[in-house]
Design a protein around this ligand. Structure first.
Ligand code: FES
Length: 278
C-alpha cells in the first residue's frame, strides 16, 4: 500500500482513466445538493420547453406583436396572422410538428453541447462523476473521445446558428415596440411585455457571447496578440463575460420560461399586458 492509500483511503491515479476512490466519498459537506438542484432545474426547463413547443397556441399577442421565443422564427402557413415576422415561407404543419422546427433543433444542440451544461448534466444525470472526490458508478471512462459523446465537438458550429437565432430574437423584440393605433396605423408602444422581451434578449446575447467557442473564435489560434490588437480587445472583453457563463446559462433558462409564460398568459386573455405607453 502506498503512502497515498494509507493516508487517504484511496489509490493513486492510474496511468489511464480516472483515479479510483475506495470510499464512497471523502467529502463531508452536502456535495449532492448541487447535482440535485441542477437536475431539477434542467428537467423543469426540458419539460416546460417540450410542452410549450408542441402547444401550438397562445404564443403571439397580435395587439402588441409579442412573439414567444419558443415560436421564433414562425415561418409556417400554420402560424397565426402577424406572427410570421419573416414571411410565410413554409407550408402548413401537422399538429405534431413544432412551429419553430427550423430553430429548435439548433437551439437544443447549442444548449446540449454547451461546455457548462455538459458539466452540469454529466454530474446531475449520469453521475460521471457526481462531484469532486465522489466515487462514480461507472467502471469505464472514455471521456468525449468516442461516439456518441465525440459529437459534443459540434458545439462550435451550433454557435454560429445560435448567433443568427439571437439576431432573429432581437428583431422580434424590436418589432414588439410597435402597437396598433385605433385607426390601424402603427405607433410606438411600450408595455411590461416589451421589458420582459428585452431582458430575455439581453440575457441570450450574454449567454451566446460568453460561450467558450466564441472566445476561441475571436482570440484563439493567435501566436501574437500584439499583432492583432482589435481581436485581443474583443477576446479580453469576452473572456470577462466567459467567467460568468454558468450564471448566464441559468439566467436564460429562467428568462426563456418567464418570457414564454408571460406571452402565453396575455395571448390567452388570462391577464392583460401592463401598458406604459400606448
Ligand atoms: S460553452 Fe456554453 S454556449 Fe458555448
Amino acid at each position: 500500500m502506498t503512502t497515498t492509500e494509507r493516508d487517504h483511503g484511496a489509490v493513486a491515479p492510474q496511468a489511464s482513466g480516472r483515479p479510483e476512490i475506495r470510499e464512497r466519498t471523502l467529502r463531508t459537506d452536502r456535495w449532492w445538493l448541487a447535482p440535485l438542484v441542477n437536475a431539477l432545474g434542467l428537467a423543469t426547463f426540458v419539460v416546460y420547453a417540450t410542452i410549450r413547443s408542441f402547444w401550438g397556441s397562445a404564443y403571439y399577442v397580435a395587439d402588441y406583436h409579442y412573439l414567444s421565443p419558443f415560436y421564433s422564427p414562425c415561418l409556417s402557413a400554420s402560424c397565426v396572422e402577424g406572427a410570421q415576422h419573416f414571411g410565410s415561407v413554409l407550408p402548413e404543419f401537422p399538429v405534431w410538428i413544432p412551429l419553430a422546427i427550423i430553430s429548435l433543433p439548433f437551439l437544443l444542440g447549442f444548449r446540449v453541447t454547451c461546455y457548462y451544461y455538459r458539466k452540469s448534466y454529466y454530474r446531475a444525470f449520469w453521475a460521471s462523476p457526481p462531484a469532486c472526490a465522489v466515487r462514480e458508478p461507472h467502471t469505464a471512462y472514455s471521456g468525449e473521445t468516442r461516439f456518441p459523446l465525440i459529437l459534443q465537438n459540434a458545439h462550435r458550429y451550433f454557435f454560429y446558428v445560435a448567433v443568427l437565432i439571437s439576431l432573429i430574437n432581437t428583431y422580434d423584440m424590436v418589432v414588439a415596440f410597435q402597437s396598433d393605433a385605433p385607426d390601424g396605423t402603427a405607433r410606438f408602444g411600450l408595455g411590461l411585455g416589451n421589458i420582459v422581451l428585452l431582458v430575455n434578449v439581453v440575457g441570450l446575447w450574454l449567454y451566446t457571447l460568453s460561450c467558450h467557442s466564441c472566445r476561441h473564435i475571436t482570440g484563439g489560434r493567435l501566436k501574437h496578440f500584439s499583432r492583432h490588437p482589435v481581436r485581443y480587445r474583443i477576446w479580453t472583453t469576452l473572456s470577462r463575460l466567459n467567467t460568468r457563463h454558468m450564471l448566464f446559462a441559468w439566467i436564460t433558462i429562467g428568462t426563456l420560461i418567464l418570457t414564454d409564460l408571460y406571452i402565453m398568459l396575455v395571448a390567452s386573455g388570462t391577464i392583460s399586458d401592463l401598458r406604459i405607453v400606448n
